[in-house]
Design a protein around this ligand. Structure first.
Ligand code: ADP
Ligand code: MG
Length: 741
């Protein structure tokens, strides 16, 4: 056996679970101990400062320098007491990962006296030397300055021995260079748009937040096996590998019992997450072998996004302790299911109402219907931008692959709510009782809705699930901020329009209730096309969607175009999320990221094909040639032995006897030459694409000319894997990668 692969397998097989000791048997004993939470602050800050800080956070206003100074001193004291030496601004550049640059608290005076220093200045703003973060032409290289700025709405935390301060990241000229900045703006826009709509029903509502509960899927692979697969190491996915005899066909992995090693790993990262205040709730096996899921209790979107980013980082680090690697790539293994990150989303008021929860009274039903129908309308009007928000090189393998939502955006609401909307659209009964006006709608059995679990559609990209919408098309490696900023922006815009329409009707003398009902009715009709209750994986849906005129966008570069249409630019400008320049720059960055991902995959593919697979194939072919030569020697009648006697074998012509070896020799040559030719063609296409300057055109070239070569190269390499002597195959096979004992 290939000695490297053999050693890795030995190592992986002999691994034992690493037992994890919990700090306490009660999670509540250590939940949030590493967070600069409200409770902690109240120990270090005066009531006055605490109040100012809270008010600033609640009302989205800037924090004055004096308050920042006090908070900084408190943070420093708390951090030093907890053994922390460094601090960092923690931010989310468009690379997809989080970024940090650590500074020690230490300061030395001109007299040489050392002391711990950290003030409001350092808390509020930093200037990371970050000229190499993606900026899409906003920042030319000579103007490399970018600033991070404190986000007080997401609490600081201790990670390792470092105090991490969540921050936004903007350019010298004020453009957003990260995910958090536009997300905060979008959440603010939603708040602004939703409050007056809530006030139709309840004048006491002063704040509306969006809520997010993500479900993170991931794969685990043993570290030793991972390390000898260059594709996993550098691209995060297996670029080669024939399907194993046993994959997911027995459906025995989903919700199956969790292997001990994996269980200890989960306990380990859960424990660290609890300390960081990440409220993880569920863990289970997923459909594919070695695939798992973790989900928290939902939180306000900004916090939920930070927690998801932090968790991915944590899971990666802690996996290493257990000699595992966590893969967040959307489709690490062809032939088995890929990973997503369902984004469960809703809106809630400061009066404690979930706006997407169908209430029990008619009044709250109308409020529910208002937010419900407006969300559907927003998805209908901006489905292209929503599709763009989940576009990435990794997710491209997943969407429409009969395991994940298709690339066609549609909304599932279930039978009962379909009936409700149908009735509402056609024959709403509005009864006005004497005196106090109240509305009675003929809307079926909404209160029972939450009890009905049979009404589920796992194939829909955007499904209503009782009291929230679940955006299922988000990829597992994505920063949720991208889909969340788009969703919250389009709903904000929709609610703004709704309010304008209702107010105009009221101005003409219509009652508020009637105006709301009339407007919703129109929306239900206008957005009917986006609603689909059937099987999203079926071919019929693709045809039906086409008939309805719904976009079916297959590739990432094409999907990303939706970000720079006039419609998108107007939308984001109007809602105050991005200006045109930012929008174009971000589009460029995403196209570049796509190009780079495909470029890296292509390079690794060529490398593995030319330096591992082909040489192994030729080695095996040589073994066959030696074998055939031997047969020829034995079975050639004319052969004369050294002793001079005639060969007495009469088994027939050697070609017949060595028939299968000869055809294998031929097959290997054929496949090797196809792999080689296709690889050369791919390299040529890459060279051509690399000459293209413009980012979008380059991404299209990678998508249309480079990427299609992958399939044929892989097809023939995987066929070779199935015939070549197992003992010389150079890297771990699926059957070895995908089963942890
Ligand atoms: P599923 O059956 O899809 O697993 P769950 O009820 O377990 O659904 O919830 C999945 C996720 O949805 C969890 O993270 C949960 O916290 C979240 N969730 C529940 N209610 C809301 C809400 N109102 N807003 C946002 N997320 C929510
Ligand atoms: Mg779900």
């Amino acid at each position: 056996m290939s000695s490297i692969r053999f050693k890795a397998l030995q190592e992986a097989i002999s691994r034992q679970p690493i037992n994890v000791e919990l700090p306490s048997n009660k999670v509540s004993d250590f939940f949030g101990v590493n967070v600069f939470s409200h409770d902690v602050m109240s120990k270090y800050l005066s009531d006055g400062v605490l109040k100012t800080l809270k008010a600033a956070i609640d009302n989205n206003v800037a924090i004055d320098r004096a308050t920042a100074d006090e908070v900084a001193i408190a943070m420093k004291s708390w951090a030093l007491e907890n053994g922390v030496t460094h601090y960092t601004h923690w931010f989310q550049p468009l690379t997809g990962a989080t970024a940090e640059k650590h500074d020690v608290f230490l300061d030395v005076s001109p007299e040489g006296k050392a002391m711990e220093k950290f003030g409001g200045g350092q808390l509020v703003q930093q200037e990371p030397d970050a000229s190499s973060f993606p900026s899409g032409g906003i920042r030319s290289t000579f103007e490399a300055r970018g600033y991070t700025g404190w986000d007080p709405s997401s609490p600081a935390f201790i990670f390792g021995k470092t105090l991490c301060i969540p921050t936004i990241y903007i350019s010298y000229t004020g453009e957003a260079l990260d995910y958090k900045t536009p997300l905060l703006k979008a959440l603010n826009a939603l708040n602004k748009a939703a409050i007056p709509v809530c006030n139709y029903f309840d004048p006491n509502v002063k704040k509306v937040i969006a809520t997010l509960g993500w479900e993170q899927e991931y794969f685990l692979v043993d570290e030793a096996l991972f390390n000898v697969r260059p594709d996993l190491v550098h691209a995060g996915r297996a670029l080669f590998g024939a399907n194993p005899a046993k994959g997911q066909q027995l459906e025995d992995h989903y919700f199956g019992s969790i292997p001990e090693r994996v269980n200890e790993y989960m306990r380990d990262f859960e424990t660290e997450s609890y300390k960081l205040g990440i409220p993880l709730k569920t863990r289970h096996n997923e459909v594919a072998p070695n695939q798992y899921e973790v989900a928290p209790i939902f939180e306000e979107v900004n916090i939920a996004v930070d927690h998801n980013q932090l968790l991915m980082d944590l899971m990666d680090k802690i996996a290493r302790r257990h000699h595992l690697r966590a893969l967040f790539y959307e489709k690490p293994f062809a032939g088995v299911n890929g990973s997503g990150k369902h984004n469960n989303w809703s809106m809630a008021t400061d009066t404690g109402v979930n706006l997407l929860s169908p209430g029990k009274t008619p009044d709250s039903n109308l409020q529910f219907l208002t937010f419900f129908v407006n969300t559907i309308k927003a998805v209908h009007d901006y489905s292209d931008i929503l599709r763009a928000s989940i576009a990435s090189a990794g997710n491209e393998h997943r969407l429409g692959a009969n395991e994940a939502p298709p690339a066609i955006i549609s909304v599932f609401i279930g039978q009962q709510l379909t009936k409700v909307l149908d009735n509402f659209e056609k024959k709403v009964k509005v009864e006005k009782s004497a005196g106090k006006k109240s509305i009675k709608l003929d809307i079926g059995h909404i209160p029972e809705l939450t009890l009905d679990n049979t009404d589920r559609n796992r194939t829909s990209p955007f499904a209503f699930t009782g009291n929230k919408f679940e955006f299922r098309a988000v990829g597992s490696s994505a920063n949720c901020a991208q889909s969340m900023l788009v969703l919250n922006t389009i709903v904000a815009e929709q609610l703004t329009q709704f309010k304008a329409t209702v107010d105009a009707l009221v101005k003409k003398g219509t009652s508020v209730e009637d105006a709301i009902i009339q407007t919703l009715r129109v929306y239900i009709t206008e957005s009917a096309n986006i609603r689909f209750e059937g099987n999203n994986y079926s071919k019929e849906w693709v045809k039906e969607a086409e008939r309805r005129g719904l976009p079916n966008v297959q590739t990432t570069p094409e999907a990303l175009e939706a970000f720079v249409t006039e419609k998108a630019i107007n939308l984001f400008e109007k809602q105050g999320i991005f200006n045109k320049r930012e929008q174009e720059a971000r589009h460029e960055i995403q196209a570049e990221i796509y190009t780079k991902k495909i470029q890296i995959e292509s390079r690794i593919m060529a490398d593995m094909a030319l330096t591992q697979i082909i040489p192994t194939a030729l080695k095996y072919q040589n073994m066959l040639i030696t074998n055939v030569k031997g047969i020829k020697e034995i079975f050639t009648p004319s052969h004369t032995f050294a002793g001079g006697t005639e060969n007495t074998h009469d088994g027939g012509r050697y070609e017949d006897i060595a028939d299968s070896q000869l055809s294998m020799i031929k097959e290997i040559s054929d496949r090797v030459s196809i792999i080689r030719n296709k690889t050369e063609q791919m390299i040529e296409e890459r060279k051509k694409a690399n000459k293209i300057e413009e980012a979008t055109a380059k991404a299209f070239a990678y998508c249309e000319n480079v990427k299609p070569c992958f399939d044929e190269i892989r097809y023939h390499a995987d066929k070779l894997e199935l015939v070549i002597d197992d003992t010389i195959w150079p890297f771990p096979k699926y059957r070895e990668l995908l089963f942890i004992k």
